[in-house]
Design a protein around this ligand. Sequence first.
Ligand code: PMP
Length: 367
Amino acid sequence: MAERVYNFSPGPAVLPVSVLEAAQRDLLALPGVGMSVLEISHRSPPFERILQETQDNLRTLLAIPANYKILFLQGGSLLQFSMIAMNFLRGQKLPADYVVTGTWGKKALADAKLEGPARAAWDGAASKYDHLPAATDIDFSPQAAYIHTTSNETIQGVQFAAAPPFAGAAGKAPIICDASSDFLCRPMPVDQYGMIYACAQKNAGPAGVTVAIVREDLLARSPSNLPGILSFAVMAENNSLFNTPPVFGIYVVMLVTRWLLNDVGGLARMEELNREKAKLLYDAIDGSGGFYQGHAHQDCRSLMNVTFRLPDADAEKTFLKGAESKGLYQLKGHRSVGGIRASIYNAMPREGVALLADYMRDFAAGR
Ligand code: PMP
């Protein structure tokens, strides 16, 4: 095997080695099938088994109740920004409330505005999205078509608790959660949400497939004049086989969910491991005497994307160069905010994070 480095990319991101090995092996022939997943019909029994197992694994991992459908969609999470508004806001009088906690929430709101009366119920732009609102800070509409939230803002590194802290304050409106960058990092009370969606390329698989978990009663809201490919109702009726689905992506999600179930031991265990990993880096930041400045307030620090700055851009450049010499890659912060971002998704080994924490301490000591 070619030597692998520690890859802190925000996405597409590191995958478990055992998953990559299985995908590599099966690329010539799926066991018992004699052809790869790239070469068989999406309506063939072997693919139906892959689709079924992927849904079953997700249902088990997240304890998804029976009244939620699990869909596999294309167009990334970005298409969901529009698709959600097309299905649940188009032609509505009630507004949609967006809790804007970072760059992605802001983009979601902008796309929803093209479809209907979407508004920011809270927007953390003034403080550069470095903290999250308490329920009482959010200006909810008395009645809303839905509430949209981002559980983890990938660029700023702020993360809500697994259950939205404003669930009680939000009235009856369904809460729709963009969980793109913290999907499957911990258990999540699915029944407190109307819908959860996540592009796969961070924690669940490759780019090209987006998982959507939608409460069945919401499907009735999809307007009948939407093209089928953009309608949650049509995609659900067809069990994500309305057209050719992203077969390879779904197959890799199956392998990742198998890994989470069998090798990791479920999402509660995954959360423990993620907390340990994140603590290594936050301790390095907090113990640096101010050399490293974390972006997120302590009470909403992300388990997945650790964002921080060094005293100046030159130091950051030197830091990144030195990191690569230790095998620590893709640590540059998003171009819009700069600084450093260590994305430490499920598949990032603890050793990689420990190595980075050691490097951070050594680097600060040498300045
Ligand atoms: N939402 C969040 C929280 C994200 O991190 C991303 C991707 N970085 C997106 C949405 C957009 O996803 P995609 O590129 O799959 O459209």
